[in-house]
Unconditional design. Structure first.
Ligand SMILES: [Zn+2]
Ligand SMILES: [Zn+2]
Length: 186
């Protein structure tokens, strides 16, 4: 499937959004307050976002929970239902743009959309294209035992099982290596 620059950005954004959620009660929320949300918006170069408020923060957290559900969806039909709901609630106005020197691409968020609706529309549509392409399985959660981080598997044969936090891949490599050695020597 073709993944344009803009889709790629939307994917990075939605993965970071989902993974900003605290993993358990003791962990700190990555979107703790309005300045943290402002940082998120800035680091993902989201365009046309106005002044942020507490209302935006709680709306974004709600959208985040919905995206987490999409990454946990067992199949394409379940994912499609959740994406439809999310995108419909946000409202979309597809329009072509070549802002900031990027090639022509489509923005889905409506003019003046809140940051939560912006995320729901554009990231929701980026995920929708995976369902359309028969690639919903690429929207994954890490299989490391104590990690449930979301990621998008862009490997050729959909073989990626762990998130890109280095500890997950490495730790499991080490465990597999030890197991093999034990077998060989014991
Ligand atoms: Zn754009
Ligand atoms: Zn992981």
């Amino acid at each position: 499937m073709l993944i344009t620059h803009d889709t790629r950005c939307a994917l990075d954004t939605v993965v970071d959004l989902v993974n900003s959620a605290p993993e358990d009660e003791a962990a700190v929320d990555g979107l703790l307050d309005v300045p943290a949300l402002a940082d998120f918006v800035r680091s993902h170069k989201m365009s046309d976002v106005g002044v942020l408020s507490e209302f935006d923060l709680s709306a974004v957290r709600k959208v985040r929970a919905k995206f987490a559900g999409i990454f946990a969806a067992p199949d394409a039909r379940a994912a499609a239902g959740l994406i439809n709901e999310l995108v419909a609630a946000a409202g979309t106005t597809p329009r072509l743009t070549d802002h900031d020197g990027y090639d022509w691409h489509v923005h889905y968020f409506a003019p003046g959309a809140s940051v939560a609706d912006h995320l729901a529309a554009d990231c929701g549509m980026a995920l929708a294209f995976f369902v359309v392409a028969g690639e919903q399985e690429r929207l994954r959660r890490c299989e490391a035992p104590d990690c449930r981080r979301a990621f998008v598997d862009l490997s050729r044969n959909r073989s990626r099982r762990y998130c890109d936090s280095r500890t997950c891949g490495n730790r499991l490599h080490v465990a597999a290596y030890r197991a093999r050695r034990k077998e060989a020597t014991g």
